[in-house]
Design a protein around this ligand. Structure first.
Ligand SMILES: Nc1ncnc2c1ncn2[C@@H]1O[C@H](COP(=O)(O)OP(=O)(O)OP(=O)(O)O)[C@@H](O)[C@H]1O
Ligand SMILES: [Mg+2]
Length: 531
């Protein structure tokens, strides 16, 4: 009893503490795993973008240095000693500078280098006029040998073309202001300088430089992706943009997509799997508990079942042996009791042995075609005597011309004996037990009906389990071991048939076994010819 108690109290503990703890831990694990994966992917994207940015800055700075160097060289070189006199006739333009304008104190263009020929002079002057008009001269400190680098840039579209102007202010020896504006050779910069700088870019990235209206200056513009870096192309060529795209975008995108799907599925899928696993564990724990409970009940029942008839046999045997009985009638009565009890013992032992054989899967049936009505007739002869004593009427109804079935006669006798034994045991006093044999679609149906206490609906399937005994039987103290119906079910199924129960509490029960009709054997052609 105490062992049983310990077993039962384990289940609520598992259910209340262990399972929720496992599910909780699994959910927490999945959640933090997902968070970690997301954070790692954010970090790797951030470091990729950081790398792109650093590369972009490096490229623009290098190009800017080169342009600044050309500008500085030019501003250093030009010297206009007296603005009252004519500007220098010739200026050497450094590499990268296309043309230069010199302006006096009043911001009037005084000279252009290289000097345009007469035919183009007017146009060149007009064009330069539009370049210098918007320049912010007043923000400039004068260029001196010790304060170099004080110059500015204008990068803008003029007549649909990108123009880069560098400009600086200088002073003559007498302290009069004059100004220099230089137009840089963007053609050369785009064709030579930029590709030079781009050589440092490793094979892993694609770089493109786009002008004011997104036309490519260098490289091929790539479609937008979350891994692309795009920014203004530095402080000098600020109207252009640099675009850096990793070459393995498809791979990165697939990786991000996998991470996203995994992240989305990880939590629910792992939770469902764990819950299913726990469900299976729970069911098997329950099944195991139920089986061991039933086995211990079975042992108790069988021992009880064995003891009662044995002690009766022994008592009446002793009475007969001592000769203390009186008369012939009493001898017969005692003998009857001994016979009945030993029959009961034999029935129990048969059931237990058959059942043990079935359990081990070694039951061997010997099937043969036969008539079920003959088996029923023979088996009922054995019972008729007992029924009369129990004051029960046995009514048989057998439909004529029933088809032949394939069966093991001994097994079918066992089926009928168990069903009638139950009907007698559970029918209470008096009443009637009916055995009917009729045709059913594709089968012959053997039904045993009683008008006893019936079986509660929730127990109707369980009574076919091994060792299960319904509550009513246990409380009314009817003897039994709970294997009769398990045997019936096993035998019915081994014949390709089934057993069904129809019952209502207080109104009796009907157990029906369906045996499939034997297939019609058509003789083989050679046999037919021999006939
Ligand atoms: N005709 C019936 N009326 C009411 N209850 C029944 C009937 N037949 C079976 N039962 C219930 O089903 C249970 C299982 O029946 P089963 O024949 O397997 O075992 P048993 O009769 O208790 O023992 P035994 O192994 O000796 O047959 C019974 O204990 C009883 O509670
Ligand atoms: Mg029984």
């Amino acid at each position: 009893m105490s062992r049983q108690g310990a077993r039962i109290s384990l289940a609520p503990v598992i259910l209340a503490v262990v399972f929720p703890a496992i599910v909780g831990a699994a959910i927490a694990l999945a959640y933090y795993g997902y968070r970690y994966a997301v954070a790692a992917s954010v970090r790797s994207k951030a470091s990729l973008m950081e790398g792109n940015q650093q590369l972009g800055n490096l490229l623009t700075e290098q190009l800017q240095d080169r342009i600044d160097k050309a500008d500085g060289e030019l501003f250093d070189d030009i010297e206009w000693s007296d603005t009252a006199s004519d500007p220098p006739a010739h200026v050497d333009l450094p590499d990268g500078v296309e043309s230069v304008a010199l302006l006096d104190e009043g911001l009037k263009i005084r000279s252009l280098y290289p000097t345009p020929d007469a035919a183009h002079r007017r146009r060149e002057m007009d064009r330069w006029g539009s370049y210098v008009r918007g320049l912010d001269w007043k923000s400039l400190q004068p260029w001196t040998p010790d304060q170099q680098g004080n110059f500015r840039h204008l990068h803008q579209l003029f007549e649909g073309k990108s123009v880069l102007i560098a400009y600086a202010a200088k002073k003559t020896a007498e302290g009069r202001d004059y100004y220099i504006a230089a137009k840089l050779d963007l053609g050369l910069i785009a064709k030579d300088w930029i590709p030079d700088e781009m050589e440092v870019v490793t094979g892993k990235r694609r770089v493109a430089i786009l002008d004011e209206v997104a036309r490519p200056i260098y490289g091929e513009p790539q479609p937008r992706t979350p891994f692309q870096y795009e920014a203004s192309f530095g402080k000098t060529l600020y109207a252009w943009r640099i675009q850096i795209t990793p070459r393995n975008v498809a791979e990165l995108r697939a990786q991000a997509e996998t991470e996203r799907i995994l992240g989305m599925l990880l939590v629910p899928v792992s939770t469902v799997i764990i819950a299913l696993g726990l469900g299976v564990v729970w069911l098997s724990v329950r099944a195991e508990q139920r089986a061991s409970q039933m086995k211990s009940d079975f042992i108790a029942n069988v021992s009880h079942e064995l003891k009662t008839p044995l002690s009766l046999i022994r008592m009446f045997g002793e009475l007969l042996a001592t000769g203390k009985h009186k008369g012939e009638a009493m001898t017969r009565e005692y003998g009857g009791i001994i016979t009945r009890e030993s029959e009961r013992l034999a029935h129990l032992i048969d059931n237990v042995l058959d059942f043990a054989r079935l359990e081990r899967g070694k039951a061997s049936y010997s099937f043969a075609e036969g008539r079920l009505e003959e088996v029923v007739d023979r088996a009922l002869d054995v019972f008729r005597h007992r029924l009369e004593k129990e004051k029960l009427r046995l009514k048989t109804e057998i439909e004529p011309r029933l088809p032949v079935v394939r069966m093991d006669e001994d097994a079918m006798t066992l089926v009928l004996l168990n069903l009638v034994d139950n009907a007698v045991k559970y029918a209470g006093d008096g009443g009637e037990v009916q055995v009917r044999l009729r045709r059913a679609p594709g089968a012959v149906a053997l039904a045993v009906t009683d008008h006893g206490g019936g079986i509660a609906p929730e127990e109707q399937q369980r009574i076919f389990e091994r060792f299960y005994r319904a509550t009513a039987a246990r409380t009314r103290n009817v003897r039994g071991s709970g294997i009769g119906l398990a045997l019936v079910k096993h035998i019915a199924e081994a014949h390709g048939g089934r057993v069904e129960v129809e019952s209502a509490l207080g109104r009796g029960s009907t157990f029906t076994v369906y045996l499939p009709v034997a297939p019609l054997v058509t003789p083989a052609p050679e046999e037919a010819a021999a006939l």
